[in-house]
Write a protein that binds this ligand. Structure first.
Ligand code: ADP
Ligand code: MG
Length: 822
């Protein structure tokens, strides 16, 4: 019996002799493929070679004659170079191929790889193949491979997950007399005339137009191609074509410009379907890439293993992964496309959810010390505060109280808009812990903020009120920042070790120096997104399973919060303390900048202060800082010579920034000119104007943060937004800013307009992989969440053999420690 290689060589020689009519084998080469694969496997031919050959065989029928010619030649080379079957046996997988020039070099899937996906795949040849480099595909040589690498595509699996950027729906077929201007559709028609202007031979000066007239009995239509003279040779009168495109109008007549055209008797890849449009790079053409995708998807998608257990897939009403991949690339209908996207998005969210749940589980497996403050005592402490609590504050303090008494470490995220009064929650938490001798570390991102917290907590917790003695003694609260003196540090360390200090407030200094606690039971982190994962866990590691409270002023839409922080319990403060005046926001065109300056002057005359934020410049911090320096000089010299202006930018040393902020807060300056470094929650109650230049360049979340710098005192405050150019005055984001002061509403809009990027911060790792999931789709997120939780409840260690692949993908998706929380 001839070897499968020899047999196939015979067929393709015959095929070449017949002029590539796909009749060398009965039923065509694609029909022959499974038979050949089977034989090849029995002969121990390497899975890579089988995959590669099959790729050709399957793609063959849909290819044009010239493509078939090329494919047969490539296939011939491939098989010929492999030669006798003895060198394609399975052992070759672990040894370097003996024939280096076959194109198989480097095509062996890496056997040494430690990635879990690959490791898992070792058992199924088909999955091994998915990790094979793209060069196994017909038509991908070193040059194209480079282009694909730039797109981040290296393996077959990468390609399967390289989804279309958009689709054009050409699935509707109409007779010519029924088509209408603007429609995207397909027609079947016969070529009547072919013309070129100027006619062939006449100098065209680089400009030419090929026109063909097609008719279908109901009418005729002109198709035009500009500057593609080679199109002339593609058509001759009498050709029957499938034509897809957008119906356009020229001189009052319907036409199609640059339509997609295929011969009627071929498979239609580019016409009469929902056509995928892929993002492109380099010289890869859309049609070429589409064909490559078609071949890859048709062959490989059915061979993909589905990590999702069938029970979940069915309960959630999802397509199989194979179906979803096929439909996402070459949808049979809009409905199928939606289902495909839903399945793929589900996977992404589901993995994220499993990841965060695993985190939560790890976290909650630890016991924590119980702090159960009696309600009476709580009421008494609350009544001592300088103001009555808002309902939101009361509610959140109850959450914290409950967590601290639970026996498991609290792991709570407190979200509240700037000025909603989060600090008092921190104060009460620290107090509940101190009451039973526990220590609290409260970390803020800058020393000015830490000092601000120190001052307000001292006031709340150590000053006598209503004749009653205060809950803490001033010596029990200490501040540790970068410039705390050595003598003081020694004192602080001593107080921490002998337990006299109950609450230590500070900056990074809390984790940088040799600071150790006698009994750290609570870690509080303000503006948590300002800290890296590592910094937060260093703080936590200073105690044994301490309770954790993280606070953020960046409102996060609910759907996103669920996904991003599913491992945390979330409390939201959605209410402002009474008496706060809403900030008046105006969008001004750049030509009316004078008005903004006038308002600033008026306010400064009334002894208030103003911020001027200078726009974000893409070239980077250096340019941005330079622009701010120039602006500062210009404003000081030409606009506000009579006032004192301070300058703050990213290239300044942190100490200098802090000093300037403090001096501004203390009234040494009238106006602070700054780049975006100003963001953090510093309290300057005397500032009443926030002017933002180039406002259209900022995201809503950030604009809202800026605005939150003012309106912190009793006086009426203003936020003025000046866009880069006149046309941006109608900018949706700016309009939204003027419409509402509610950070959550703005956050929702920001998410819809700009995607989740602005909210991700340090959690980016898992999210970089979201390709399909739209984080604004609350319904989907909740569904994925429900199934993930249910699965987790049934099988907390995910040890069911059915979940093996899922488990591996999960650790791959989250990477090492990428999901650490807090
Ligand atoms: P956040 O940290 O959430 O931005 P803060 O805790 O700094 O807000 O509080 C902002 C200001 O509001 C502070 O001056 C604080 O004293 C004041 N404040 C907080 N809660 C109340 C309340 N319930 N009633 C009145 N003022 C409050
Ligand atoms: Mg704050």
């Amino acid at each position: 019996m001839p070897s499968p290689i020899e047999k196939l060589l015979k067929f393709i020689r015959l095929e070449a002799n017949r002029g590539f009519d796909n009749r060398a084998v009965v039923g065509g080469l694609d029909q022959f493929a499974p038979i050949w694969e089977n034989e090849a496997r029995q002969h121990n031919i390497s899975p890579e070679l089988i995959a590669k050959v099959s790729g050709y065989l399957h793609a063959y029928p849909a290819a044009s004659i010239s493509e078939r010619d090329r494919m047969i030649r490539e296939l011939f080379q491939l098989l010929d170079s492999v030669g006798s079957p003895s060198i394609t046996t399975a052992q070759q997988q672990t040894a370097p191929p003996p024939v280096p020039s076959t194109g198989l070099t480097g095509n062996q899937p890496s056997q040494t790889s430690s990635s879990p996906v690959r490791a898992s795949s070792a058992k199924t040849p088909a999955s091994v193949g998915l990790q094979a480099p793209l060069t196994v595909l017909p038509g991908i040589g070193p040059k194209n491979f480079q282009t694909f690498k730039e797109l981040g595509l290296k393996t077959l699996e990468d390609l399967l997950y390289y989804f279309p950027r958009r689709y054009v729906d050409y699935s509707e077929l109409k007779p010519i007399n029924r088509i209408q201007f603007g429609e995207e559709l397909s027609i079947i028609a016969t070529v009547e005339r072919v013309n070129m202007y100027p006619p062939p031979g006449v100098p065209s000066r680089g400009k030419s137009r090929v026109e063909i007239i097609v008719g279908d009995g109901s009418g005729s239509l002109r198709l035009t191609w500009f500057n593609q003279p080679y199109m002339l040779n593609r058509f001759s009168p009498g050709d029957q074509l499938m034509i897809s495109g957008r119906v356009d109008m020229y001189l009052g007549r319907l036409v199609m410009n640059h339509p997609e055209v295929e011969e009627i008797d071929r498979d239609h890849l580019h016409t009469n379907r929902i056509l995928p449009i892929y993002p492109l790079a380099g010289k890869v053409g859309q049609r070429w890439l589409r064909r490559l995708m078609y071949q890859t998807v048709t062959f490989w998608a059915p061979r993909v293993r589905d990590p999702l257990p069938a029970s979940i897939r069915q309960a959630a009403g999802l397509l199989t992964l194979s179906e979803a991949l096929q439909q996402a690339h070459f949808p049979a209908s809009q409905a199928q496309l939606r289902e495909a996207r839903a399945r793929l998005a589900f996977d992404e969210i589901f993995l994220l959810q499993l990841g965060v749940l695993k985190q939560k589980q790890n976290w909650q497996a630890n016991p924590a010390r119980i702090f159960s403050a009696p309600q009476e005592w709580m009421d008494e402490q609350i009544s001592r505060l300088p103001f009555p609590l808002t309902n939101a504050q009361t509610r959140v303090i109850q959450h914290v109280q409950h967590d601290l008494a639970s026996g498991h470490p609290m792991n709570r995220l407190l979200q509240g808009d700037v000025g909603s009064g989060k600090t008092v929650v921190a104060a009460m938490a620290a107090l509940m812990v101190a009451r039973e001798g526990g220590q609290t570390a409260f970390m803020a991102p800058t020393s000015i903020l830490a000092e601000q917290h120190y001052v307000s907590l001292m006031r709340m917790l150590t000053e006598p009120n209503n004749q009653e003695s205060p809950p803490l003694h001033p010596a029990e609260i200490r501040l540790l920042v970068g410039d705390t003196s050595d003598t003081e540090r020694t004192q602080i360390n001593q107080g921490l070790n002998d337990g006299t200090i109950k609450l230590l407030i500070g900056t990074h200094a809390l984790i940088e120096g040799p600071v150790s606690f006698h009994n750290l039971q609570l870690a509080i982190i303000d503006e948590q997104h300002r800290f890296g994962v590592g910094q937060r866990s260093t703080l936590r590691a200073k105690g044994e399973n301490p309770h954790l409270l993280v606070m953020t002023a960046t409102p996060i839409p609910r759907s996103l919060a669920l996904t991003l922080y599913g491992d945390l319990d979330i409390s939201v403060m959605d209410e402002m303390p009474p008496g706060r005046q809403p900030i008046e926001t105006h969008v001004l065109p750049p030509t009316e900048r004078e008005r903004a300056y006038r308002l600033i002057s008026h306010q400064v005359e009334k002894n208030y202060q103003a911020f001027i934020i200078y726009p974000l410049i893409e070239q980077g911090e250096r340019e941005e800082s330079r622009a701010a320096v120039e602006e500062h000089t210009r404003l000081q010299k030409d606009i506000f010579p009579q006032y004192r202006l301070a300058l703050l930018h990213g290239r300044m040393r942190p100490d200098d920034k802090d000093r300037i902020m403090k001096e501004f807060r203390d009234g040494k300056y009238h106006i602070l000119v700054s780049t975006s470094v100003i963001e953090v929650g510093v309290d300057v109650p005397n500032a009443t104007v926030m002017l933002i230049e180039g406002a259209d360049r900022f995201g809503l979340a950030q604009l809202h943060q800026f605005r939150g710098r003012v309106g912190r005192g009793d006086a009426k405050s203003y936020c003025l937004l000046i866009p880069q150019s006149e046309d941006a005055v109608e900018n949706e984001r700016l309009t939204a800013m003027a419409e509402t002061n509610d950070g959550f509403i703005l956050a929702e809009r920001d998410l819809q307009q700009r995607g989740p990027g602005d909210f991700l911060g340090t959690r980016q790792s898992g999210f970089a992989q979201l390709r399909m999931a739209n984080l604004t789709d609350v319904h989907l997120i909740e569904k994925a969440r429900e199934h993930a939780s249910a699965l987790f409840e049934q099988d907390p260690t995910l040890s069911n053999p059915e979940l093996q692949l899922l488990n591996q993908i999960l650790s791959h998706f989250w990477g090492e420690g990428a999901g650490d929380i807090s």
